[in-house]
Ligand binder design. Structure first.
Ligand code: ZN
Length: 213
């Protein structure tokens, strides 16, 4: 399996660790550098990595643990202009971003390129994840687009352990195709009550991204 992890932070670190034993190629993309405040929830990065590119810090640790795995690190911002070729080179993509606009941009790329994308998000003590795959529902079947004023994780705060739970779940979803064609499960995790539920989604005929138009 060739896996692409976009964002090597709170979600991308645990997701890449869980995927590494199953992957033949693991591509990490992030333009950010390691900060001291990242360390508690981004376990690839250690105190000596502060100031380094996250992709370099993570790739070094993953290569040491999984020497047979091909690890590619790209220090770039994924945009609508460069996203499609990145998706096309891989089988499955992990959304490890923390910004709503980026999540919809990745969603649209998954629909265009017919690649599987595992969406994930964490806010304070709650998290969610969903596998978007060809012919199934996408994020825009559920929401028209990003909310006008969505706080980023940095603004709203994230419990480190929730990022670990959701990142691990994303890796699991990356390895497990949705069993029913045309359906997907949105996983909702409440970290305070430690309760999870699944909402079954179907394609929306009038979806702006994947509908018949
Ligand atoms: Zn859709």
């Amino acid at each position: 399996m060739k896996a692409l992890v976009i964002g090597v932070g709170g979600l991308g670190c645990p997701a890449s660790l869980a995927l590494a034993p199953h992957a033949r190629l693991l591509t990490l993309v992030d333009y950010d550098v390691v900060e001291l405040t990242n360390l508690h929830r981004q376990p690839w990065h250690h105190p000596g990595d502060v100031g380094r590119l996250k992709v370099d810090s993570a790739a070094e640790k993953i290569r040491a643990l999984f020497p047979a795995l091909q690890v590619v690190s790209l220090s770039t911002r994924v945009t609508a202009q460069n996203v499609d070729p990145l998706f096309e080179l891989h089988d499955v993509v992990i959304d490890g971003t923390d910004d709503a606009q980026a999540k919809f941009m990745l969603n649209d790329a998954a629909v265009r390129t017919r690649k599987s994308l595992v969406y994930g998000g964490v806010l304070r003590m709650t998290g969610q994840a969903m596998r978007i795959q060809p012919d199934g529902p996408c994020l825009r079947c559920l929401f028209d687009g990003p909310p006008d004023e969505a706080p980023s994780c940095a603004q709203a705060g994230v419990l480190g352990s929730m990022a670990g739970v959701i990142g691990g779940l994303q890796a699991q979803l990356a390895l497990t195709p949705n069993p029913v064609p045309g359906e997907a499960l949105l996983h909702l995790v409440d970290g305070l009550a430690f309760r999870a539920r699944q909402v079954r989604l179907e394609k929306a005929a009038d979806c702006q991204a994947c509908g018949r138009g």
